[in-house]
Design a protein. Structure first.
Lengths: 224, 212
């Protein structure tokens, strides 16, 4: 697939609007090895970069920003210590702090927040959590459907819609994109602000310029 | 030599990378004496008006920046760095700015009554319109450009001639860039706006002969 740095530069050249780096097992193994990856990518990439995975302290955020990130995504530590979001937002400004959520459908109604790449339950209700996080000052919410992630079967539209309705900060939807139509569907069915894709690009299912063309033809505002 | 002012509130790393990429010589500096001697200043900024202004005060940087800019040294303010150029800001109470571009910093217009309002903070890629102007020290523009914004406030200059570019938010014109002689401000993040953004940094440097 290529190194993260090479891929990032390639996507930048193709016109990506933003980069999200997630070290999805960082919390699990308690490591912070993403800094060198970010630093390598930041040298030639001039679009916003969000970095997440294993962010536990203000010092971690400083280190990530110093490596070239513009925003940090926080999941596990925020669930453990919601006040961390407030301190982080007050220190760096809300625009810098992204709440990352791994949402899994409950048997009955609603969604539960998970951590560690969908492995650990938290008992936290996703829709309550996004409200609270916005009050704590986060500037953006990135919501990944654990059920859809990696399936390439489309987004959890209901989840995105409900999260979008609960907050005013920008919402980024992740998890499930397998073809350009899934994105058109997402933007038609919801009022979501942006979308994050991995498989679509990593496995060359749809190159970025082509994807943007599909969306533009469907009447979406995209940067061409 | 370009001096990027480090006062603990900027994404100075990204700006440094952009300058390096353009082949510009730069230093990252928080020393008042060196700033008072700078040949070209970049004032980055991420955060709230009052807080960033008080950071500048605490580091005793307000006077050096002001006197350098008034002495004709080119100054580029980015995001909150542009808002600080104003006389006054109203984010979390009224605060005095650097007063280099007379005007107020106001909250972005809300669009509650609109079917599809732009949410505040305004985050994302937006199309700006540059307004062509005369004079040999004017940042040359390419007309329209897509650039990346993250802000809840914007500078509203007293003199409409200071407006270099604008965007439309919820039916109202909002200042996206200002220029008053040697003092320039970009509300968007040129360091995060791809090749277009790099070009806008380059044009600032080129206009004031800070790069070959």
């Amino acid at each position: 697939m290529g190194s993260p740095g090479e891929l990032t530069r390639q996507y930048y050249q193709q016109g990506i609007d933003e980069i999200i780096f997630m070290d999805v097992v960082a919390s699990l193994y308690g490591r912070n090895n993403i800094l060198s990856v970010v630093e390598d990518a930041a040298r030639d990439v001039f679009v916003p970069m969000t970095v997440g995975g294993g962010i536990r302290s203000i010092d971690d955020i400083v280190a990530v920003l110093r490596s070239g990130a513009d925003k940090v995504a926080i999941n596990t530590e925020a669930i453990k210590r919601p006040q961390f979001l407030r301190v982080a937002s007050e220190t760096f400004g809300g625009q810098c702090i992204v709440l990352s959520i791994e949402a899994k459908r409950r048997d009955g109604e609603g969604w539960e927040a998970f951590t560690d790449n969908g492995r650990e339950r938290t008992g936290v209700d996703v829709l309550d959590w996004v409200r609270e996080a916005e009050d704590l000052g986060v500037g953006e919410i990135q919501v990944t459907s654990v059920d859809q992630e990696g399936t390439r079967k489309g987004f959890d539209l209901e989840l995105v819609k409900q999260v979008r309705d609960r907050v005013t900060v920008p919402v980024v939807a992740c998890g499930g994109a397998g073809k350009p139509d899934h994105l058109s569907e997402l933007f038609t069915a919801t009022d979501v602000d942006a979308v994050g894709c991995a498989s679509l690009f990593h496995y060359d299912i749809c190159p970025i310029p082509e994807l943007k063309k599909v969306l533009a033809n469907g009447g979406q505002a995209v940067r061409l | 030599m370009i001096t990027v002012i480090d006062y603990g509130r900027g994404n100075i790393f990204s700006i440094g990378q952009a300058l390096k990429h353009l082949g510009a010589e730069y230093e990252i500096c928080s020393d008042a004496a060196r700033i008072a001697d700078a040949e070209c200043l970049i004032l980055p900024g991420v955060g709230a008006f009052g807080d960033t202004m008080s950071e500048l005060h605490q580091r005793k940087l307000v006077e050096p920046i002001r006197s350098r800019a008034q002495g004709g040294v080119p100054l580029l303010g980015i995001c909150v760095g542009m808002q600080l150029l104003a006389s006054e800001g109203e984010e979390f109470g009224k605060h005095q700015g650097l007063g280099l571009v007379p005007g107020q910093v106001n909250r972005l217009p809300a669009g509650d009554s609109l079917a599809k309002p732009v949410r505040v903070p305004n985050v994302g890629w937006r199309r700006v319109t540059f307004h062509p102007r005369g004079g040999d020290q004017t940042i040359i523009s390419k007309g329209d450009a897509m650039v990346y914004f993250v802000h809840s406030f914007a500078l509203d200059p007293d003199d409409p001639d200071d407006v270099l570019a604008s965007i439309e938010i919820n039916g109202q014109k909002v200042t996206a860039a200002v220029q008053r002689d040697n003092v320039v401000g970009y509300q968007f993040h040129p360091e995060n706006s791809g090749e277009v953004g790099l070009d806008l940094i380059w044009q600032f440097l080129k206009t004031f002969r800070q790069i070959q």
